[in-house]
Design a binder for this molecule. Structure first.
Ligand code: SF4
Length: 714
């Protein structure tokens, strides 16, 4: 294990290829405990098709996090007020098996929940689906992709017939107009944005960039047009652009009549969105709205990019579908340089979707409510007909409400930190306190969530296990191990498979390595839109591959979906949707006059489990802050660096003020990375609410109504 190893950055969904090589002094011996190992060398992999050698600060510093704050051994305690004691893996397995059997016997299998993560590799996900959905017979597997991408999933499925972004990164080099909405890609997906920016700069006279965001983010800074709309007015804006496109005749009638359905319903909605009305609702100038529509209408190739600002909303699915409407009416899909392209948050959020890693999905983009889908998976897994429930399992938030009502008897959390990342965090934490038994399987300790666990299971992490991940452009990369796990840590799939064997399902988990897990899984993708039967660990060891990649294809040529303009619906036609704007679930009022939004910073990742331990990143972003527009600050006599308090109907938090015109008046912004481990009262989610989109069940993390007051002047 001393040669350079090719792998993938384990942070965001851009999925940059990395090359890792050991420091010179490591060649002689690898300290299995991981203590004091020198830092591994990381650089971008020039041959990776998605990133071509580029990395951002997170990828460049990832090796510094490998050995810090690791959970090394299984640990157990009987109650949360006791200290943990180290136990053997055998004792840990027997404990969890006994607990699952006991909960199944007394409350039924639907009282068992697993909450996973887009940090899991596809093999980890697959084994978990088989155990929960196929063996135990509960669909209670959900992941933090519910907080991240589930609105994009629902939007793609409803409009195009199947999940999966139809575009690829090459489209960033080919587009004439990038329409970026609800995404601060410059900070959150920097390598994708760098590529787009390079194209934009080089062709500035012809390539336009529109950014829709209530903040003047670094992404908006370089745009030709920044539409700083009021939070919650996205559908007004999108329907308003559609109105102008129709009025001005930017409409592909042949494409619409031959390749789509439901246009009449959409056409009935659009007259209600004339530019004067839309501009007023959105808080923008009519001229800017017209410029956006003109850019879109006159461009041959429009690429829309979006992320959490669209998805994390009670209207998330409707927003995604409204973006897709614009592509359908102008025929901007299935061709180079154009299409609706959601940017995934986590490194394997895409893989999780493909393998059925949400409580409404089954492997191969199947759905639990579809009888044929269930039957196919049951037959493949060799489990009795009817074993897979026809109902959605518990979503991420429903696991929390299930703890509150006593309907969840065991919660098994894998590779995520919900005690920071779920909405209404004080309510979430109170529910976790009531959990009869929580298993926390993670690479790191301490974390905020570990404080609520009864059993800690040490997981091998990036670099310590071999498996696959799929990035935002459907490229599957083999992430190879380059060192042994620390302490007694094991790959997630191995832990779950062993629990399955001990629960009496030995024949379902015969795997001796992750390549065998992957080989079984891809058979469930055969003839599906995400066909990966032509992909194996052995082939990926040569090069990453993009799906679809059936084993019948001689070459991997899957840059774009729907190039034949046949969509994945039963009749092959994409579906227009017809939505009226409903606005925010919690609009501001006289008592709570501000809208609080939140997001990521360039260097930090999610709840800082890794990045909080990296000195360079800590120096970049040492503490949270709140952005306040100068006009709002002046009214409340708040000055730069003053300590201010933000209160919502659910909780409060305090931050130093950053007075800036980057945020719109009436809107506030805080970064979302700080949890209880980093100090008191800086949790963004102490303020957020858990109202969810009715289709995707994604919470509206991006907006809540708050009060603002001065605490201490600097
Ligand atoms: Fe990693 Fe994303 Fe940065 Fe690429 S852009 S190096 S995948 S964090």
């Amino acid at each position: 294990m001393t040669d350079t190893t090719k792998t993938l950055c384990p942070y965001c969904g851009v999925g940059c290829g990395l090359e890792v090589s050991p420091p010179a002094q490591l060649g002689k011996a690898i300290n299995r405990d991981g203590q004091g190992d020198p830092i591994w060398k990381v650089k971008g992999d020039r041959n990776h098709p998605s990133s071509q050698g580029m990395v951002c600060v997170k990828g460049a510093t990832i090796a510094e996090a490998i050995d810090k704050n690791r959970l090394r051994y299984p640990m157990l305690r009987d109650s949360l007020d006791e200290p943990f004691r180290r136990v053997s893996w055998d004792e840990a397995y027997e404990c969890i098996v006994h607990r699952i059997q006991s909960v199944c016997a007394t409350q039924g299998a639907d009282a068992v929940c697993m909450y996973g993560s887009g940090q899991m590799q596809t093999e980890d996900y697959y084994v978990a689906q088989k155990l929960l959905k196929g063996c135990l017979g509960t669909n209670n597997f959900d992941s933090n992709s519910r907080l991240c991408m589930s609105s994009a999933v629902a939007g793609y499925v409803q409009s195009l017939g199947a999940d999966g972004p139809p575009c690829c990164y090459e489209d960033l080099d080919l587009t004439d107009c990038a329409f970026i909405i609800g995404s601060n890609a410059a900070e959150c997906h920097p390598i994708v944005f760098n590529r787009l920016q390079k194209h934009h700069k080089k062709n500035h006279n012809v390539v336009k960039m529109i950014v829709v965001d209530p903040r003047r983010t670094p992404t908006a800074e370089v745009a030709d047009l920044h539409l700083a709309i009021h939070p919650g007015t996205d559908i007004d804006l999108l329907n308003g652009i559609a109105h102008l496109l129709l009025r001005w005749g930017y409409f592909e009638s042949e494409f619409v009549s031959e390749c789509t359905a439901n246009f009449p319903a959409f056409a009935e909605v659009i007259p209600h969105y004339p530019p004067e009305v839309v501009a007023k609702r959105c808080g923008i100038a009519v001229e800017d709205l017209e410029t956006a529509a003109r850019y879109w209408g006159t461009s041959k190739r429009v690429l829309s990019l979006w992320s959490m600002g669209v998805n994390q909303s009670t209207e998330g699915t409707a927003k995604v579908r409204s973006i897709i409407n614009l592509h359908l009416m102008t025929g901007q899909i299935g061709k180079p340089g154009c299409g609706p392209f959601s940017l995934t948050g986590q490194p394997n959020a895409m893989g999780g979707r493909e393998v059925g890693g949400l409580c409404n999905l089954l492997p191969g983009y199947r759905h639990v409510q579809n009888a044929q889908d269930r039957a196919e998976v049951e037959q493949f897994w060799g489990v009795p007909a009817g074993r897979i429930s026809p109902h959605w399992g518990r979503t991420a938030w429903e696991m929390i409400t299930g703890l509150e009502t006593g309907d969840v008897g065991l919660l098994w959390i894998v590779a995520t930190n919900p005690a920071v990342s779920l909405p209404d965090i004080k309510r979430t934490q109170a529910a976790l306190l009531r959990s009869p038994f929580t298993v926390y399987q993670d690479a790191y300790y301490p974390t905020e969530t570990a404080a609520y666990a009864h059993l800690l299971l040490p997981a091998a992490q990036w670099g310590e296990k071999t498996g696959t991940m799929t990035n935002s452009e459907r490229v599957v990369t083999l992430c190879k191990a380059f060192r042994p796990p620390v302490g007694e840590a094991k790959p997630d799939w191995e832990i779950v498979a062993e629990v399955g064997r001990r629960l009496g399902f030995a024949d379902k988990f015969p795997f001796t390595n992750s390549a065998e897990v992957f080989a079984e899984y891809v058979q469930l993708t055969r003839d599906r839109s995400c066909d990966m039967t032509g992909i194996s660990h052995a082939k990926l060891a040569q090069s990453p591959l993009q799906w679809p990649c059936p084993d019948t294809w001689a070459n991997n040529n899957s840059k774009r979906l729907y190039t034949d303009l046949r969509f994945a619906t039963p009749d092959g036609r994409a579906r227009f949707s017809a939505y009226h704007s409903k606005g925010l679930a919690e609009p501001p009022n006289s008592e709570y006059p501000f809208v609080l939004t939140n997001g990521r910073l360039y260097g930090h990742w999610h709840t800082q489990t890794r990045t909080g331990r990296i000195e360079k990143i800590q120096q970049m972003h040492p503490q949270p802050f709140i952005e306040i527009h100068p006009r709002d600050a002046a009214k409340l006599e708040i000055q730069e660096h003053d300590l201010v308090e933000v209160r919502s109907r659910r909780g409060k938090a305090q931050f130093p003020a950053k007075v800036t015109k980057a945020i719109s008046p009436g809107t506030l912004f805080v970064p979302m990375h700080w949890g209880a481990l980093w100090g008191d009262e800086t949790e963004a989610n102490a303020l957020t609410h858990p109202e969810c989109d009715p289709d995707s069940h994604q919470p509206e993390l991006k907006a809540c109504a708050v009060q603002l007051s001065l605490v201490v002047q600097k």
